[in-house]
Design a protein around this ligand. Structure first.
Ligand SMILES: Cc1ncc(COP(=O)(O)O)c(C=O)c1O
Length: 345
């Protein structure tokens, strides 16, 4: 299916940012040693250490699903269980990759806003030490969540404190960590490593890059041997310089933040422009770059003829409208006008 019109379906639908593509082009000169022993990768690793601390171990990955599955497989055994929210990408949108690759059971906790709390995790720890049950070993949170909400650093610290106390690891799916940091006006590390996360899947793709993801270990011991796990997980890119060059473009002049702020700002603008329409109900706090809204089914169908977006929950006529760094005010104007028209009889 091809859509020539503007997409509000996902930040995955945005093009690669021009400066990121330019950086790839600039790295496309002459030979460079493969698999990461090149100057671009060294520079990118330096950026990650500046951002996440000198003890952070970073491994570049190709997809968010790959980062989640390979990272989790490295820190678990197949008899373990991973606790996450029932809205988690790894639970709903990774085609069972985390279960297949780790062998672990996923324990899904009900969540209205995509976030989970220690009090929900605690009852699941009763099975620890009972040989007939999967053994909880990791708690995974998503920042920003699949519903566009964000964990405050103290909420992450509370979960981290809990995981430490119970000998569990804390994994963060940070496919949109940049959007969360921009929303909270905090650094990337204040809402991940500094708040107690052990393992972070960090996303560049939704922030203006392509196939540029990273796995960051804050717990050094956990990183041991991950280079072998990455290779076995088929996430080691031979022409690594093209991944690294993208991170260099995002991190050298603050482009990552500019992109995330723009995407968030466009979502807020969209929400503000539609929230007073009587037949529309916004269902989630608009904290990053997604707007979740209920609207009449007939209007959704009409709107879909002109714009690409996803229905999030068909039973509730709830749609998910995503913005990206590439969304403009003009796009919002056009979309809001189309929403209003779709609601007219
Ligand atoms: C929260 C979250 N995690 C991870 C991913 C990773 O996806 P992919 O494997 O498509 O790169 C996505 C993509 O939409 C996501 O939204």
């Amino acid at each position: 299916m091809s859509h020539s019109l503007k997409s509000f379906a996902s930040d995955n639908n945005a093009p690669v940012h021009d400066a990121v593509f330019q950086a790839m082009l600039e790295s496309n000169r002459g030979d460079a040693i493969g698999y990461g022993d090149d100057i671009h990768t060294m520079a990118a690793e330096k950026h990650f250490k500046e951002i996440f601390g000198k003890d952070a171990r970073v491994f570049f990955m190709l997809t968010g699903t790959g980062a989640n599955a390979a990272g989790l497989s490295h820190i678990t055994r197949p008899y373990h269980a991973i606790v996450c929210s029932d809205k988690a990408h790894m639970e709903n949108d990774e085609c069972g990759a985390p279960e297949k690759i780790t062998g672990c059971k996923l324990i899904r906790l009900p969540s209205e806003d995509g976030k989970i709390k220690p009090s929900q995790i605690l009852p699941h720890l009763d099975s620890i030490g009972f040989q007939h049950h999967s053994q909880p070993k990791v708690v995974s949170v998503t920042q920003a969540t699949e519903l566009g909400t964000v964990y405050r650093p103290e909420e992450i610290s509370e979960i981290a404190h809990f995981t430490r106390e119970h000998d569990l690891y804390l994994h963060m799916d940070g496919a949109r960590l940049a959007n969360a940091a921009a929303s909270l006006d905090l650094s990337l590390s204040e809402i991940s490593g500094k708040a107690g996360v052990d393992l972070l899947s960090f996303g560049g793709t939704k922030n203006g890059a392509m196939a540029a993801e990273a796995l960051i270990f804050f717990n050094q011991d956990l990183a041991d041997g991950f280079e072998y796990t990455r290779k076995q997980s088929m996430q080691l890119m031979s022409k690594m310089r093209y991944i690294s060059a993208q991170f260099n473009a995002l991190f050298s002049g603050g482009l990552w933040l500019e992109n995330a702020r723009k995407a968030n700002r466009m979502a807020k603008m969209l929400a503000e422009r539609i929230e007073d329409i009587p037949s529309i109900t916004i269902t989630q706090q608009v904290e990053t770059n997604g707007v979740f809204a209920m609207m009449p089914r007939a209007a959704i169908e009409k709107l879909r003829r002109r714009y690409f977006f996803y229905t999030w929950d068909a039973r509730k006529n709830e749609v998910r409208l995503m913005t990206s760094y590439n969304t403009t005010e003009h796009d919002i104007d056009g979309f809001v006008e189309a929403i209003r028209e779709s609601l007219r009889k």
